[in-house]
Design a protein around this ligand. Structure first.
Ligand SMILES: *[C@@H]1O[C@H](CO)[C@@H](O)[C@H](O)[C@H]1NC(C)=O
Ligand SMILES: *[C@@H]1O[C@H](CO)[C@@H](O)[C@H](O)[C@H]1NC(C)=O
Length: 488
């Protein structure tokens, strides 16, 4: 029975492949992740790479070319996208030497190791460089930077293997109906140049799509349209019906590309996800429902009304881990996008469709000792405001905000939470629980219900440096001093 079923299935799949093959390209979607590292509690890169491997995640997108991350990825076969940050675009656009140097220092040196190298496949030239809120400040650098970097790749004989791409925010295009999609008028020329380059190079268009932000920024946005579970607010666009914001957004891009004459350009989703804390609507259940719905939708190969049977080429979830030191300018949710918390523990049950079942936690994470810093219950806290402010400037307190998991733990709870966050960021240095005598170290976990008082991780990138024989940098010196302090 089982055998028969498999044979029938195989025949059906082969038939489908043949049919699809006749009508165009068969797109095999893959789920990757964004690995950002803006955290006060960084897991060692080798722990993170083990986490990727244990979860059979085959594609990872970085926001820079962090040497520790790239070294840890060497020899794993995991496909990597590295990034040129926006503030390097000006230099690279004006100097072919700078471009050569960037490629040699940040790409070539990790590749030329045969099978033991890093599998760098893409270089992201800038990160959302056309974002409206940047008011065009990076815009003119993008194409010249691409030209220089492409020449550098050619000189290094890498032009065939490593492709340049530009992750764009979905605010690069607009329309009320998907079929009317067009790039913002001031971007028409640059998008034409960019897409012409991408097409000639066989590279995909990369876009970041965030239904959460549409919901968050617009009180009229129908909640269920942000998800994939069906909606009472479907959008009718001529003969097409849209049941979720993601498809509507995706097809707006398809229409915009079509207007430029590149309606068939492959599309990769550079970032998509849902945060779990810090704001109304940002919670573990919504994140699970959104991400699982997205993954199932993409892997069903249904595609969208304008691209039936052609889902995005790759989808990079945002993100792998929480990044507690990110700017909160976009909102208090910004530090809570991870499918794993900062310490590599799965926040919710999620099947990535990699044939691996549900998310697996990071192994062998080394934590600081089980102790916390709280407000001394015997003290009057009326003079605490400045300490609270400082603690929450250095450490993350965004779960205290309205809609967050620690909102509602009371004034004293707030202060304890802030003290502890600061104390953990300071790696539990005993002086960091001083606060003019208002703080006290406790061995009883002060977590209350949903509100978790964290214990930091003891892992340090620096330890890997030593074992690799590289020189120490300031981070490792700090680490050694802290270890030393603990021993005494
Ligand atoms: C390599 O990348 C890092 C971080 O992304 C950057 O700081 C450095 O300047 C780059 N190297 C060169 C030569 O540009
Ligand atoms: C706790 O802090 C949050 C964030 O600063 C604030 O919104 C809330 O009102 C505070 N709660 C009390 C009881 O002070």
């Amino acid at each position: 029975m089982v055998m028969m079923g498999n044979i029938v299935m195989t025949a059906v799949v082969l038939l489908m492949l043949l049919l699809l093959g006749g009508s165009g390209v068969v797109v095999e979607s893959a789920i990757g992740v964004n690995w950002g590292t803006v955290s006060n509690h960084r897991l060692s890169p080798s722990t993170v790479v083990d986490l990727l491997k244990d979860n059979k995640i085959q594609k990872v997108k970085l926001f820079d070319a962090d040497p520790d991350c790239l070294r840890a990825l060497m020899g794993t076969g995991i496909e990597v996208m590295v990034g040129v940050s926006n503030d390097l675009l000006a230099t690279i656009s004006s100097s072919s030497n700078a471009a050569d140097l960037w490629v040699s220092q940040n790409v070539s040196r990790y590749l030329n190791k045969g099978r033991g190298g890093a599998n760098i496949k893409y270089i992201a030239v800038g990160n959302e460089p056309f974002l409206s809120s940047y008011s065009g400040q990076f815009q003119s650098y993008v194409m010249p930077a691409i030209t220089n970097l492409q020449q550098s790749l050619a000189k290094a004989s890498l032009a065939g293997n490593v492709k340049l791409v530009v992750p764009c925010n979905a605010d690069a295009y607009e329309s009320s109906l998907p079929s009317q999609g067009a790039f913002r008028p001031e971007l028409t020329q640059i998008m034409t140049d960019l897409v012409t380059f991408l097409n000639s190079n066989g590279s995909p268009f990369i876009v970041n799509i965030y239904p959460f932000l549409s919901l968050y920024g617009n009180s009229d946005f129908p909640q269920d349209y942000a998800f994939f579970e069906g909606t009472t607010h479907s959008v009718t666009d001529g003969p097409n019906l849209y049941y979720n914001a993601f498809d509507g957004n995706y097809d707006t891009l398809v229409a915009a590309l079509n207007k430029l004459g590149f309606g068939q350009m492959p599309i990769v989703i550079g970032e998509v996800g849902w945060p779990t804390d810090g704001a109304i609507g940002a919670n573990v259940n919504a994140a699970r429902v959104f991400n699982q719905g997205l993954i199932n939708h993409v892997l069903s190969n249904k595609g969208t009304p304008l691209r039936p049977g052609q889902p995005p080429m790759d989808v990079y979830l945002f993100g792998l881990l929480d990044e507690g030191a990110k700017s909160v300018l976009p909102g208090s949710f910004e530090r809570h996008w991870g499918i794993f918390s900062f310490d590599g523990q799965a926040k919710y049950a999620l099947n990535l469709g990699t044939g691996n079942g549900l998310l697996r936690n990071a192994r062998d994470v080394r934590y600081l000792p089980s102790r916390w810093c709280v407000a001394d219950p015997s003290k009057d806290l009326s003079g605490v405001a400045d300490h609270f402010k400082l603690a929450c400037t250095v450490a993350d307190c965004t779960t205290l905000n309205y809609g967050g998991s620690c909102n509602g733990i009371g004034e004293r709870g707030n202060i304890s939470y802030a003290f502890n966050s600061y104390y953990q960021v300071q790696k539990q240095d005993f002086q960091s629980c001083e606060f003019d005598g208002l703080g006290i170290v406790t061995f009883l976990n002060p977590s209350m219900g949903q509100c978790k008082f964290l214990v930091g991780v003891a892992e340090e990138v620096a330890i890997k440096h030593v074992s690799l024989g590289s020189s120490l940098h300031s981070g490792s010196v700090v680490c050694l001093l802290i270890l030393w302090g603990l021993v005494i």
